[in-house]
Design a protein around this ligand. Structure first.
Ligand code: ZN
Length: 404
């Protein structure tokens, strides 16, 4: 069976070392290259859709997490505080929302700048017991593709619909297939914050945003602070994981006393929408490695192009072709030393490299290359510039097909 832990090791995506600690994976160069491409894509997608990015620290004062309610509700999932002095204790954060609420509070806000969409791919921590940790799926150090949308309740429907369409777009580009969509609603009991009217309105807004999609309602699975939509995927072992999520929150705006000046000049309280398009980088890559069996689409493949000179005479043509590929923004290298041409082609196939360019003496003399796409498809020799254009177009289109 496919297991991202085994493939992750053979493709050198990540590494675990007991000296670092369980659930604290190291991203190796191949994994970092793929993740960098995905992060760049997500930031660009968010930027084009009205999000503003911030950076915030991974730890904060104990009082911040008392204010946010995390210490009241999630203390056992948090690492113990670090005592800096008698009146100063710092804690690793369990979520990014407290800091993003402080970003909101950095100055007064007017209804004109709402919805305010604050995004960050940022670090957070979970004090999981070492027994439940495994590969990239359950970790203690989490890099979350996160955003918080501060808006009026009347804007929630449009915001959630827009988040769902961005989720669709990101899933299509990354090659993610959804196994189920859950609408988590309030159940019986009094543990929920917010008025009955705002819950009823929020639940009907979420239902409206989901119109036309198939989903199941899960009464009693809402967070105490609001209803949510979880978009789930299935791993190779058949387990379901939540990747993408949209959650409404009536609680944090009150706890942080968030407000804005409304159109009539009065004070109004915004609603907070927490959302993640693709979840954490760890869980996302655990899923992607298995879903693609390591053969990522070209745009986020760690190495996109490997150049193989057939003979010593073609070595300098191979080196200059690889250099022009790197100049053109591709991740490319040359393998001149790995044995026979057949052995080097098999090595590139084992690494799931999307494109191999073979350069023999004839190609070298003509300024041409013979491209082979992953899976064995061989293209007739073509001018080097044309080959770069072909690969560059596939990467720019974030296509799942290697040959247009
Ligand atoms: Zn949040």
């Amino acid at each position: 069976m496919i297991d991202h832990r085994k493939l992750g090791r053979s493709l050198e995506i990540y590494h675990s070392d007991p000296r670092s600690g369980a659930g604290l994976p190291l991203w190796l160069p191949a994994g970092a290259a793929a993740r960098h491409a995905v992060e760049e894509y997500l930031r660009e997608l968010e930027r084009r859709n009205g999000y503003q990015h911030v950076y915030s620290p991974v730890l904060g004062r104990r009082e911040l997490f008392e204010l946010s309610g995390h210490l009241g509700y999630f203390e056992e999932d948090m690492f113990p505080p670090m005592r800096v002095s008698d009146d100063d204790e710092l804690m690793l954060r369990p979520a990014l929302c407290p800091h993003h609420c402080l970003v909101y509070l950095a100055r007064g806000r007017s209804y004109r700048e709402l919805p305010l969409r604050i995004a960050e791919i940022g670090g957070m921590f979970r004090s999981e017991r070492s027994g439940v940790l495994g590969g990239l799926s359950r970790v203690r150090s989490i890099q979350l593709n996160d955003a918080h949308i501060f808006c009026a309740l009347a804007d929630v429907g449009a915001e959630v619909a827009s988040v769902l369409s961005l989720v669709d777009e990101a899933h299509a580009a990354l090659g993610i297939s959804v196994s189920s969509v859950r609408l988590a609603l309030r159940g019986p009991g009094a543990k929920y914050v917010g008025s009955d009217e705002s819950w009823a309105e929020a639940e009907s807004l979420l239902r409206a945003a989901l119109a036309g999609r198939s989903y199941v309602e899960a009464p009693g699975e809402a967070a105490f602070y609001g209803p949510k939509i979880d978009i789930q995927v299935r791993d190779a072992a058949g387990r379901e994981w939540s990747l993408s999520t949209v959650q409404l929150d009536f609680d944090k705006p009150a706890r942080f006393d968030l407000s804005y000046v409304d159109a009539g000049g009065g004070r109004a309280r915004p609603v907070l929408v927490h959302r993640s398009l693709v979840g954490s980088m760890e869980r996302l890559f655990g899923y992607l490695i298995e879903a693609h069996e390591g053969a990522f689409p070209a745009w986020y493949a760690p190495l996109q192009l490997r150049v193989l000179p057939v003979s010593a005479g073609a070595a300098s043509a191979a080196a200059s072709f690889a250099a022009s590929a790197v100049d053109a923004g591709l991740r490319a290298d040359v393998d001149a030393e790995g044995g026979s041409l057949g052995a080097r082609i098999r090595e590139a196939a084992a690494l799931k490299v999307p494109y191999v360019a073979v350069i023999g003496d004839r190609e070298a003399a003509a300024g041409a290359v013979a491209l082979r796409a992953r899976g064995g498809r061989e293209l007739p020799p073509m001018p080097a510039a044309e080959a770069l254009r072909l690969i560059g177009d596939v990467v720019a289109a974030r296509s799942g097909e290697l040959v247009p």
